[in-house]
Design a protein around this ligand. Sequence first.
Ligand code: SAM
Length: 286
Amino acid sequence: MQQLPPYIQKLDGDLWLTENERENLRLSYRIKEIIVAEQSPYQHVMILDSYDFGRMLVLDGVVQTTSLDGFIYNEMIAHVPLSLHPDPQHVLIIGGGDCGAAREATKHDHVQQIDLVEIDELVVTFCKEHLQEVSGNLSDPRVRFLYQDGVEFVKQAVNQYDVIIVDSSDPVGPAKLLFEQEFYRNIYNALKKDGVMVCQSQSPIFHFELVEHIHRSIKSLFPVTHMYTAVVPTYPGGLWSFTLGSKRELPDPAQLRFDIEAQYVNEGILKRCFQLPQFMKAKLSL
Ligand code: SAM
């Protein structure tokens, strides 16, 4: 009998991926097919075809993005900062190996170059080939793939980027340092004088301490800080947060025009995504 990859079990003839979300919470997805599974130098990487979420990228047993709802997250992490910046020509994406955020960024005409700094080349290779609903098999000449540690990369980048998008996995393993103050300080330095950064800042339902830490860290560096949210069914808790830092005043989101072809973002979403639920405002003293 062929050995199953880690995190996959066979129960009554069906394949299941079980994600150990936290001590008392596990999420299981019924799987149609294991498309590819391999250990990279950094993590265990799989593309699975699931019944309810379609194809999904799984890193170390944790679902990162899916065909069903990857567009919500990727559009929100890319289009919000790129719409707020008046002239986003040079973009840096840290992480984002599924290529979804970079694919959205290519839809902005102002953008001349996108540096995608992903630590794990295998994630990009697998997603381009087997997760095209998310990656679109991205091959835009403006995208430069750099297979490096984003933490090290931003240490040497000074005054280079208009927009930086931190599309990281959870704060464990190689992504741990992507949630630390020193990393955010280097991001600040890597941005030009009117630069904007955004990072995915986890679940306000399950990880509020982390949400608070990220918000506090970014607020201590940037004169303008905002948080926004979207509902991404794949992520535990559903409600997901993004934290944005800007070196200068931003336009009123209600006045923004948005004429890019998208599935989730529109002018109404840009306007209302900054409206936070009361529990978040209270806990963040906003
Ligand atoms: N949207 C997803 C989510 O919120 O769960 C995450 C998208 S993406 C798949 C995250 C990527 O960050 C992974 O491919 C991982 O390899 C990459 N990554 C983790 N640590 C990194 C680091 N230090 N430098 C660059 N990329 C890193």
